[in-house]
Design a protein around this ligand. Structure first.
Ligand code: SF4
Length: 277
């Protein structure tokens, strides 16, 4: 006990300051594929290199990378090796609309790659006094019910990390609860298996309104490597009305936290009275 106490004093504060301060991601972290602006358009890889069908390559500006399907494997950056795709280090990729996860790549008049990607989110505004914002919206902390709808558990491990001392999401007034009746929303990992589909629906219906749905990981966003089939319904939005998509395979804990912050804004929007007609 004494040894533990001494070690704690030696370690000091281990909790990250994210989102109030930028996150320090490890050197070897691999983010999402990004276009190398200015490279010849012909240096883009063919769609067939992608194991999840995230790349749609057509003529002109029809080249698209769907981050909701992408597992961040990096194959498109490796082939061809001097190609027009690189693996970035961005992790704040969550989006409220599925289409915002589409990275569109264009071709300029000189036949070079141009970036048509969505604008980066305003993380500073999101991180600002998030706990106060949650309390103002809900009058208490934000409670989420985690649902594993058929994941490989990678996303689940990242979710669990949010509760550990390094991320400690409770400092922001966010917590995971066991009962959907005590929750403000559900956070779902995995593509929804046919077996778990009824349970996912029933759990969502047990959450009082207004409720949010956060889909985590490539499988939750689109089905990922387990798209719709006899065994899987595919992405969470095939079953529930998803409010926030968190891409990645798995997404970093900070990436999930970023998605939860987006969801908080969504709750505010739902609570706002409808405009008078
Ligand atoms: S990094 Fe994403 S888009 Fe590129 S090949 Fe892998 S899954 Fe496909």
């Amino acid at each position: 006990m004494l040894r533990t106490l001494i070690q704690s004093l030696r370690d000091g504060v281990v909790t990250t300051r994210y989102p109030d301060a930028p996150a320090e991601v490890p050197e070897r972290f691999r983010g999402a594929p990004e276009p190398e602006v200015g490279r010849p358009f012909g240096a883009l890889p063919t769609a067939s290199v992608c194991p999840t069908g995230a790349i749609t390559a057509g003529e002109g500006a029809a080249y698209t990378i769907d981050l909701g399907r992408c597992i961040f494997c990096g194959r498109c950056a490796d082939e061809p090796s001097d190609g027009a795709i690189r693996i970035g280090r961005e992790f704040e990729l969550s989006a409220r609309r599925r289409e915002d996860l589409l990275v569109r790549i264009g071709r300029d008049a000189d036949g070079r790659v141009t970036e048509l990607a969505p604008e980066p989110a305003d993380t500073a505004a999101l991180g600002e006094r998030v706990a106060e914002r949650i309390h103002r919206t809900l009058g208490r902390s934000l409670h989420l019910r985690h649902l594993d709808a058929g994941s490989c558990n990678a996303c689940d491990w990242e979710l669990v990390a949010l509760l550990a001392p390094h991320y400690d999401v409770r400092r922001l007034g966010i917590d995971f609860v066991a009962s959907p009746r005590h929750a403000d929303g559900v956070i779902v990992t995995g593509s929804v298996t046919r077996n778990l589909e009824p349970a996912v629906r029933r759990t969502f219906e047990a959450v009082p309104e207004p409720r949010v749905v956060i889909a985590v990981g490539a499988c939750g966003c689109s089905g990922g490597i387990a798209p719709a089939s006899y065994a899987s319904a595919g992405g969470v939005d095939q079953i529930l009305p998803v409010d926030v998509y968190v891409p990645g395979c798995p997404p970093r804990p900070e990436a999930i936290l970023f998605g939860i912050l987006l969801a908080v804004g969504r709750i505010e929007a739902k609570r706002r009275p409808a405009p008078a007609r």
